[in-house]
Design a protein around this ligand. Structure first.
Ligand SMILES: [Zn+2]
Length: 153
């Protein structure tokens, strides 16, 4: 796909590119895009020169991600390119950083965890380990891979 075309296809909004294949839907849930009532276009399993196994792409119209929202994306897409579009032009590239922790967004995969039994908001510390992000549950202290945690819907 022509990169210029894919980025400039919306007039105003945010384009999240270079998402590893299969992670787009989790990012949509994580950012609560379904609740935001904005128009979202998703590309899944697109070809990419940078990501050998393909990439996903999310275009959000008339909505600019906050840096806190953009930082959350790094859990699932550490190398995502996040561009703010105004009048079909890229006006800003949002630089992301892995947040230290994320509260409430995920459910703990450990069925014995207190967050699964009590009305307690989940709380995960995030750690970069090797080539992936690990999520450490604050309550049961178990460590999970990003593909093990479920995003709460
Ligand atoms: Zn837990």
């Amino acid at each position: 796909m022509n990169k210029t075309l894919s980025v400039s296809a919306i007039q105003n909004g945010t384009v999240i590119d270079h998402i590893p294949s299969g992670q787009a839907l989790r990012i949509i849930n994580l950012l609560r895009l379904l609740d935001k009532k904005c128009r979202v276009t998703v590309g899944i399993n697109l070809s990419s020169q940078r990501l050998k196994e393909g990439k996903d792409l999310i275009k959000i119209e008339n909505y600019t991600l906050s840096s806190a929202e953009a930082n959350k994306i790094t859990v699932f897409a550490p190398e995502a390119t996040i561009n703010v579009i105004k009048n079909f032009e890229v006006t800003e590239k949002i630089i992301t950083q892995l947040p230290e922790s994320i509260e409430g967004a995920f459910s703990c995969p450990n069925i014995a965890c207190i967050t699964r039994m009590e009305p307690v908001e989940s709380f995960f510390k995030l750690e970069e380990q090797g080539n992936g992000v690990k999520l450490v549950c604050h309550y049961c202290e178990k460590i999970f891979d990003r593909n093990q945690v479920q995003v709460k819907i």
